[in-house]
Ligand binder design. Structure first.
Ligand code: PRP
Ligand code: MN
Ligand code: MG
Length: 181
């Protein structure tokens, strides 16, 4: 199993900062979706932690579904090929969909997902990403709610992994290059 502390350089966002931001965004989402049939769609596996904390920051009951897609595999660079490992269980007709993601890096995963969702008949589709790397964008993604813009470094923790490790770290931190080089 991977050691945690010696594999990290800097903590970029602490758990405390994340939870405070989620409260803020949840309050905004509650206002924006008042009276609407909202469905949260989490993108497995990275979005597990943000979905858990964000959904519990919302003031009322909300259904959630999950889609499992993967493009990074065991590396630090997106393969550019997005694979569906698990599709939604929910029919999107008559739903206002909010996709919940941990991070927008190149943007390839979300732009692919948005295109995939477009034909499923949702009333609206918006994105909430906890993290975004503006300097890494290969495609522009229309993201309505963003937690934190971060520098273009490989980060792990709070759901984000390297080769499926470090997801259970509470903070978001930069992975030391010696781990993957
Ligand atoms: C990661 C992350 C996002 C995506 C962002 O998922 O959780 O879903 O990459 O990168 P992009 O903007 O460059 O597409 P990953 O493919 O590693 O799968 P995982 O969520 O199971 O870790
Ligand atoms: Mn992911
Ligand atoms: Mg990953």
């Amino acid at each position: 199993a991977a050691e945690i502390q010696s594999d990290l350089t800097t903590v970029l966002v602490t758990e405390e900062e994340i939870l405070a931001k989620l409260e803020e965004i949840a309050a905004q989402v509650a206002v924006d979706y008042a009276g609407k049939d909202l469905l949260l769609v989490g993108v497995l596996k990275g979005a597990v932690m943000v979905m858990a904390d964000f959904s519990r920051a919302l003031p009322s009951s909300v259904p959630m579904d999950w889609m499992a897609v993967s493009s990074y595999g065991a590396g630090t660079k997106s393969s550019g090929v997005v694979q569906i490992r698990k599709d939604l269980d929910t029919d999107l007709h008559d739903k206002h969909v909010l996709i919940v993601e941990d991070i927008i890096d190149s943007g390839l995963t979300l732009s692919w997902l948005l295109e995939n969702f477009a034909s499923r008949g949702a009333l609206s589709i918006e994105v909430f990403a906890l993290l975004r790397k503006p300097d890494a964008a290969k495609v522009q993604v229309d993201c309505r709610y963003v937690g934190f813009d971060i520098p273009n470094e490989f980060v792990v923790g709070y759901g984000l992994d390297y080769a499926d490790e470090y997801r259970n770290l509470r903070d978001v931190a930069v992975l030391a290059p010696h781990v993957y080089s």
